[in-house]
Design a protein around this ligand. Structure first.
Ligand SMILES: Cc1cc2nc3c(=O)[nH]c(=O)nc-3n(C[C@H](O)[C@H](O)[C@H](O)COP(=O)(O)O)c2cc1C
Length: 374
C-alpha cells in the first residue's frame, strides 16, 4: 500500500473516531474559530509548517497546471468562507491545498448576522450557513496580507458590506469597488472573485440581475484601468439558465475570466436534505448543493467550452466527486464541507485519488481530463 494512502487511512480513522466526535459536540462556529487559531499557530513557524506537511502533504506533477498565467500545484482550493479574514494563508499549502480564496471581504468591517449562524446538517452531509459576510473589512485584511509571502496562489473574494446602507445600488457598487481596489492597489492576490451570490445579506442578491451586474462590472472596469489579474464571478446555485445566459453575455463584455460554480443552495424542498428540521435562514453547502454545482459546470462548459475557466465547488468529498466535476468542465476545484465531514487528510486523499483516476484513463496531466464528459 502506498505510504501516503496508509498515512491518510490512519488520520481518517483518528479524525472520524476522535476529533470529529469531539468537534461535533460543540457549536460549529466555536469549533471553527478554535481550529483557525491552531492553524494560525501552525503556520507561524517553519516547524509547524513542516509538521503539518508531514501529516497532510502530497504532490504529484500530474496535478500541476498553469491557468490564466497562474501556477497551481494541484487543483484543490479552499473555498471562500473558511478563511474569511486571511489568517490561514501560511499553513494551508502544508495542509495540501493548491490555492485558497480569502474572504468574502467587504468594504467595511462587518460582524455578520446576529445569533446562531452555522449548523451541521449531519444526515445531509451539509452545513447551513447564515454568517452574513462576517469579516474584518478590506483595510484590516489587506494590511494583514500585505506583510506576507505566499507559497500558493491566493484569490480575493469581494462582496458588499452586509448592512442597510449598501442596499442602495450605488452604495453597494461603491462598497464592492472599495474592497476590490484596496487589494488591487496593494497588489495582493493572484485573482479576484466577485461574489454576487451570498444568500445571507441585507437586500438579497441584487447583482445576479444581469443589468445590475453590468453596472457593477462597469464600475470595477472604470476604476481598475490597468487590469492585470483575472476576475471570476461566484455564481448562485439556483438561477434559471436564461439568466445564466445573460450573465455570460455581460461577463464577455467585461472580460471576466471564469465562474465559480457554485455558492450555497437555499432550496428547502431539495430531496438531498435528509435532516428533519432545517432552520429557515441561510444557505446549504455540501451534498445538498453538489448536483446543482455539477449541472451549472456542465451547462457553462457545453455552452462556452474553454472560453471561461470554471472552478467547480459544492459537495466534493472524494476523488470521484472531484474527477466528475473536472470531466464536466471544471479546471480547478474548491471545497469546505468535505474537509469538515471527512477530515483535513481528505485534501491529499482527493489529490492522490485523482492521480490514480487520471492514470486509469490514460491521461498524463489533469488538464487533459477537463471537459471530456461534456
Ligand atoms: C461556513 C461557510 C461560510 C461561507 N462563506 C462564504 C463567503 O463568505 N463567500 C463565498 O463566496 N462563499 C461562502 N461560502 C460558500 C462556499 O465558498 C462554497 O461555495 C460552498 O460551501 C459549497 O462548497 P462545499 O460544499 O465544498 O462547502 C461559505 C460556505 C461555508 C460552509
Amino acid at each position: 500500500m502506498n505510504i501516503i494512502k496508509a498515512r491518510n487511512s490512519v488520520e481518517e480513522f483518528f479524525y472520524k473516531n476522535v476529533s470529529k466526535r469531539l468537534f461535533f459536540m460543540f457549536d460549529p462556529e466555536y469549533v471553527h474559530d478554535r481550529v483557525t487559531n491552531i492553524g494560525v499557530l501552525m503556520g507561524k513557524f517553519s516547524v509547524g509548517r513542516v509538521l503539518t506537511r508531514v501529516m497532510f502533504g502530497y504532490t504529484n506533477p500530474a496535478l500541476e497546471q498553469t491557468v490564466l498565467g497562474i501556477r497551481f500545484k494541484n487543483p484543490i482550493g479552499l473555498a471562500a468562507g473558511f478563511d474569511k479574514n486571511g489568517r490561514l494563508t501560511q499553513v494551508l499549502p502544508s495542509v495540501g491545498f493548491g490555492f485558497e480564496e480569502v474572504g468574502s471581504v467587504t468594504g467595511e468591517p462587518c460582524s455578520g448576522n446576529p445569533g446562531k449562524r452555522l449548523w451541521r446538517l449531519k444526515n445531509s452531509q451539509s452545513l447551513l450557513v447564515y454568517y452574513g459576510l462576517k469579516n474584518d473589512g478590506c483595510e484590516a485584511i489587506s494590511e494583514r496580507l500585505d506583510k506576507l509571502k505566499f507559497e500558493f496562489p491566493i484569490g480575493i473574494s469581494v462582496a458588499k458590506t452586509n448592512d442597510e446602507n449598501t442596499v442602495d445600488e450605488l452604495q453597494g457598487i461603491a462598497d464592492y469597488v472599495k474592497a476590490y481596489m484596496t487589494f488591487k492597489n496593494k497588489n495582493i492576490g493572484d485573482y479576484f472573485t466577485i461574489n454576487i451570490s451570498c444568500p445571507n445579506v441585507f437586500g438579497g442578491e441584487p447583482f445576479t440581475d444581469p443589468e445590475k451586474l453590468d453596472r457593477l462590472l462597469r464600475a470595477i472596469s472604470e476604476k481598475d484601468t490597468q487590469r492585470d489579474k483575472p476576475i471570476f464571478l461566484k455564481m448562485p446555485a439556483e438561477l434559471s439558465f436564461d439568466v445564466i445566459d445573460r450573465i455570460i453575455e455581460v461577463s464577455r463584455k467585461y472580460h471576466i475570466s471564469g465562474f465559480i460554480c457554485t455558492n450555497l443552495s437555499k432550496n428547502r424542498a431539495s430531496e438531498k436534505i435528509k435532516d428533519h428540521s432545517v432552520p429557515d435562514v441561510g444557505g446549504m453547502s455540501g451534498k445538498v448543493v453538489s448536483d446543482l454545482s455539477d449541472n451549472l459546470i456542465s451547462y457553462i462548459y457545453k455552452k462556452c467550452g474553454k472560453e471561461f475557466v470554471i472552478i467547480g465547488c459544492g459537495g466534493i468529498f472524494t476523488a470521484e466527486d472531484a474527477y466528475r466535476k473536472i470531466k464536466k468542465g471544471a479546471t480547478l476545484l474548491q471545497m469546505i464541507t468535505g474537509m469538515i465531514f471527512e477530515g483535513p487528510q481528505v485534501i491529499s486523499s482527493i489529490n492522490l485519488g485523482l492521480v490514480e483516476l487520471l492514470k486509469k484513463d490514460g491521461y498524463n496531466n489533469i488538464s487533459e481530463a477537463v471537459g471530456v464528459d461534456r
